[in-house]
Design a protein around this ligand. Structure first.
Ligand SMILES: [Zn+2]
Length: 268
């Protein structure tokens, strides 16, 4: 063998070895690197992600959202628990901000879940950094009051302080002005709606279905997921399965219903 050939053979062997090393890297890690490099995490690595999170198939891409969000002709913000749409999407929402699992940030990034977080200042406490990381991977952040009181019956000034105060907090923490509001416990009165409107809220968001520790509970109507349903993944409790496990369970239900996950803010 000539010297040149021997060198070529050696280089080929090294290349093979390097390729082997690259393949032995954890697929999720590779996905993370691709995403960090600005490459959309499609392809084999992206397909590994759904298995990693306990799904049997990738989540289908959401259909193109409406070019104009819904418009409501009312003086007070509308109260919605679902979006009237034929698009086969449901919306994943999370309340309070108690659970701050870094693995949940990975899940949102790797599955590219367009989730909405309704945050309460006193619950998040010093943990806003976690939600900034979630926001950086595509989650959106909306208002769930400063201190989580039951709103009905509270005077206007108190309700306004709870809502406007959290608007200001979220604006200073995230550089955004939220426009969706979820009242604590899903309860409100007309004073809540007036105060919300005066704080710049354009829609009050409830939920039609809630993912509890062990089941999907419906507040009204048909007892199965329908296009446009807003789902609360809760509750934020230390007991029971972790948020990411509750989310995986919900995603399996979503897929079984031939649905996928849409971005609420595209529709409201
Ligand atoms: Zn809450």
């Amino acid at each position: 063998m000539s010297r040149a050939r021997a060198t070529a053979a050696f280089l080929a062997a090294v290349a093979l070895l390097l390729a082997g090393c690259a393949q032995s890297v954890d697929p999720i890690e590779r996905l993370g690197r691709k995403a960090a490099d600005g490459v959309r995490p499609h392809g084999p690595a992206g397909e590994q992600a759904y298995r990693h999170w306990g799904l049997s198939a990738p989540l289908p891409a959401a259909p193109r959202p409406p070019s104009h969000p819904l418009s409501f002709r009312s003086a007070l913000p509308p109260v919605v628990d679902h979006i009237p749409t034929a698009d086969r999407v449901v919306f994943l929402t999370y309340d309070d901000g108690a659970e701050k699992d870094p693995r949940f940030v990975d899940m949102v990034r790797e599955l590219r879940l367009p989730v909405t977080m309704f945050l309460t200042d006193s619950v998040v406490g010093p943990g806003y950094g976690h939600f900034a990381r979630l926001q950086a991977v595509g989650a959106s952040v909306q208002n769930h009051t400063l201190d989580h009181p039951a709103m009905p019956g509270l005077p206007y000034a108190g309700q306004r302080a709870e809502i406007c105060g959290q608007q200001e907090k979220l604006k200073s923490r995230f550089g955004i002005r939220p426009y969706l509001f979820r009242p604590p416990y899903g309860t409100y009165d007309t004073t809540t709606l007036r105060a919300a409107a005066d704080c710049g809220v354009t829609a009050v968001v409830l939920w039609r279905a809630a993912m509890t520790a062990d089941t999907l509970a419906f507040r009204n109507g048909e007892k199965q997921l329908r296009p446009g349903d807003i789902v609360l993944v809760g509750p934020d409790e230390a007991m029971g399965p972790a948020l990411r496990e509750r989310t995986a369970r919900l995603l399996r239900r979503v897929q079984a219903g031939g649905l996928t996950v849409g971005r609420l803010e595209d529709y409201l």
